[in-house]
Design a protein around this ligand. Sequence first.
Ligand SMILES: *Cc1c(COP(=O)(O)O)cnc(C)c1O
Length: 384
Amino acid sequence: MIPYGRQSIEQSDIDAVVATLRSDFLTQGPVVPIFEDAVATLCNVEYGVAVNSGTSALHIACLALGLTSGDWLWTSPNSFVASANCGLYCGAKVDFVDIDSRTYNMSPQALEAKLVQAKEKNCLPKIVIPVHFSGQACDMEAISKLALEYDFNVVEDATHAIGGKYQGYPIGDCRYSDITVFSFHPVKIVTTGEGGMALTNDQELANKMARFRSHGIVRTAEGGQQDFSPTWYYEQIDLGLNYRMTEIAAALGLSQLKRLKQFVDRRREISTNYNKAFANLPLILPWQNPESASAWHLYVIQLDSSKTTIDRVTLFNQLRSSKIAVNVHYIPIHTQPYYKALGFKLGSFPEAEEYYSRALSLPIYASLSDENQEKVILGLSDFF
Ligand SMILES: *Cc1c(COP(=O)(O)O)cnc(C)c1O
């Protein structure tokens, strides 16, 4: 089976992990802050807070921004459920903003229209989470203008997008947001097994997120008023969690990070090959905003209904039976049973639903061989 996504592990990664296993620290030790600094430097941002998953990073981002019951969090329906669940974890209410039909990212026009309505009803969001779907940057400039005008915080869900750029700057620099979140799940660009990181330029937010990561405990006087001697003394000042990244994971991440450019370059090369090979098939290929340099987490095609009557399920089954494990990203979050039970209805976000009815993710990952990519290309051309 050729999967749609897969990690790339080399001897250097294994050596880094083994060296950590032989060291004094298995959970958060000296390598975790080195990994945080390496990611922050790469993204040209001040602070990185490493955690045990992208989901945890989204959660501590919301906690640090003070999201609580009575507040609203808005995100894209075309995402993994974690982008919305982080709001519910904080007791907040969640709503969605429909996507742009070309980028499959949150539409700034739809966002503005929804903000105008929300202002009238006095239910503006506290946090908006745009998702850089497939690794392509959202229109962050437009979203951040709206954030100023309507006074909400922005958390970028960049779990698909480490190594990508927007307007020539690295995704993660928080130029247009309060916090940016990465995931290091094995299907993502860089992996730590499970893991994530929240990035920010705001020292107070960084301190809060670091506290929420580890039980809400502080070991030094933040602000300096209390006396924190003797050295065993600590204080719990928030209700935090145990979201710490292990030393083992950080060592793997640090080792992987050295190949980030290589990973993204290879993904881009694969996408270019697909673009060329499929130019004459009845498919809609992933349109790219010239302001974004995608990290190419996903390569999504859609069947062009103006050129073919074949349905997506037929194509999906055919490719799967040829041992090509295509996938679908994403079932719109508001159509999940849990969200339906909260009152969401089919038809509420028509662009996301329309997109979902036709989308198919093809295999793309740094360790995909030319030979296997050729099998995918032949699988599709033979089908048509
Ligand atoms: C993977 C993913 C997450 C969650 O990341 P984990 O590390 O798996 O917790 C959140 N949002 C999106 C869009 C994702 O793809």
